[in-house]
Design a protein around this ligand. Sequence first.
Ligand SMILES: CC(C)(COP(=O)(O)OP(=O)(O)OC[C@H]1O[C@@H](n2cnc3c(N)ncnc32)[C@H](O)[C@@H]1OP(=O)(O)O)[C@@H](O)C(=O)NCCC(=O)NCCS
Length: 181
Amino acid sequence: MAHRRGPSTERIILRAFEASDAEALFRLNSHPDVMRFTGEPPMTSVDAAREGIERYPDWERYGYGRWACVLRSEGEDAAPIGFCGLKFLEDHDEVDVGYRFLPQYWGRGLATEVATASIEFGFSTLGLTEIVAYVLPDNQGSIRVLSKLAMTRHSDVVEDGMAVQRWTVGPQAWAVRRSQG
Ligand SMILES: CC(C)(COP(=O)(O)OP(=O)(O)OC[C@H]1O[C@@H](n2cnc3c(N)ncnc32)[C@H](O)[C@@H]1OP(=O)(O)O)[C@@H](O)C(=O)NCCC(=O)NCCS
């Protein structure tokens, strides 16, 4: 089953990106402040964004993937303001939680809100046994989000020539975190 719709949160609708979201995805993935600590090159055109959406293989291949984040107050057809969700990393044979928002939406707790829902989905719906996150050491905002998610800094690794922190959480630690509210 392809989970093209994500778990609902108080402020955000999580749904698959559609071709009509290409401009919004381009805006996000070409913004220098957004891309600064992602380790990815900025996207170069709306066409590249559209192609990325149309060729996104994860729904059919794994049944889950990164969802577009749309403000609930604007309705589900509104332009996405970010993305969040789970991604199977073939090279590592593990599942990663990721998040990204346009800068004007930073600092409102949105990344924590949608990442919490994504991790809960990973454990309770998908039955995963571990979720990881990779973060550059200078990305203090993201590191703070991982701490708020009760993830643990597991190790420091080198990815594509860059020093990266690997954070993890398992279902038991997650259950404890959830019971603490
Ligand atoms: C990382 C990112 C998703 C955080 O989104 P957000 O919605 O602002 O996150 P939240 O509001 O849930 O939490 C951010 C926390 O980090 C803190 N923070 C933000 N910038 C910080 C910084 N430079 N140093 C220390 N803490 C910082 C905030 O104060 C907040 O903590 P608090 O709730 O204790 O006050 C957002 O900055 C972003 O999109 N960055 C670009 C993409 C990216 O780097 N993604 C992650 C790749 S690993």
